[in-house]
Design a protein around this ligand. Structure first.
Ligand code: PMV
Length: 312
């Protein structure tokens, strides 16, 4: 039996604008993970055992249009291994700590874990660059036009400064810092939010393009602070400004705004939604002394899950 895992991620700066060519910064959240195992099955066929759903799902690998991302990742790995036809009988089990459709990269993490476990079971050696290409293909079935940031930060499990169509650029975070992640409990499909931003950009370029450029400028400035280890109020202010710009392109929600306000009131240095928005998670940058107060304030304001992670 082959086992593998992959981490969750958060986007610190630049979501949505990154789809349109601006830079973004994302970091892995190694304490939240998706796990997969793959082994030769005694029954015929390929099945996914989804522990979180308590379901066994037979996988159809023959459809031309594989809309199901998990079936697609299995097929792409079998193809690479030259084992699609005839194919082995396989049991693949997945289990994930990462909430679905919540901006934490659960889709990319599950795909990455499956690809790693399955390539192990098939004795296929797969570099991270190859794996990244495969997971990017799968992300397209989840997201439509993904920028590629999720698969990149998750496959390499390293902080990244990401510009679409540029190579992977690892970001060195000079000074580790604490981040609070709070879940609205509302699952929101990234695809719809991304399509909506693209529509706004097409219909109102004079309004929307400057917003995206300003988000990109924030990501560039934030990169400098992170690289020199200046984790203080100016970095927090960039986060909060980034949130305000995301509100202007209508990817926030009233609960996300409430959580951001609650974090700031309780002493966070900055706060913003993270990921596709309209639900999902928000993040807050908090100095050590205010962590407990901000966690409490987020819970009282309606967050269904709050946890503290260390970045860097
Ligand atoms: O919602 P998530 O975690 O998949 O993040 C999506 C980030 C976007 O910038 C909104 C889309 C993308 O593909 O970069």
């Amino acid at each position: 039996m082959f086992q593998a895992s992959a981490s969750a991620k958060v986007i610190l700066f630049g979501e949505h604008a990154v789809v349109h060519g601006q830079p973004a910064i994302a970091v892995p959240v190694s304490s939240l993970r998706a796990y997969a195992t793959a082994e030769q099955a005694s029954e015929k066929g390929v099945r996914i055992h989804a522990a979180n759903l308590d379901r066994v799902i037979p996988v159809n690998l023959d459809s031309q249009m594989l809309e199901d991302g998990l079936a697609l990742v299995i097929r792409l790995i079998l193809e690479r291994a030259g084992r699609l036809n005839p194919r082995p009988d396989l049991d693949i089990a997945i289990e994930s700590d990462i909430p679905l459709a919540s901006g934490l990269g659960s889709g990319a993490a599950v795909s990455t874990a499956i690809a790693r476990a399955l390539s192990g079971a098939l004795s296929l050696s797969l570099s991270d660059d190859e794996l990244n290409e495969i997971v990017f293909e799968v992300e397209k079935t989840f997201h439509g036009t993904p920028s590629g940031i999720d698969n990149t930060v998750i496959v390499y499990e390293t902080p990244v400064y990401f510009v679409r169509s540029a190579g992977i650029e690892r970001l060195s975070i000079r000074q580790p810092f604490k981040l609070i992640i709070a879940d609205t409990g509302v699952s929101a499909p990234t695809r719809a939010a991304v399509e909506d931003v693209a529509r706004q950009l097409e219909q109102e370029p004079d309004r929307v393009q400057p917003i995206l450029v300003e988000i990109g400028d924030i990501a560039r400035t934030a990169r400098n602070y992170l690289e020199v280890g200046e984790i203080g109020p100016p970095l927090g202010e960039l986060m909060t400004r980034n949130h305000g710009l995301l509100q202007q392109i209508d990817v926030s929600s009233s609960l996300l705004d409430t959580l951001v306000a609650a974090a700031l009131r309780a002493g966070a240095l900055g706060a913003k939604l993270s990921g596709g928005g309209r639900g999902g998670n928000m993040i807050a940058l908090v100095g050590e002394a205010r962590i407990e107060a901000v966690v409490q304030s987020l819970r009282l304001a309606g967050a269904v899950r709050v946890f503290v992670t260390t970045v860097g």
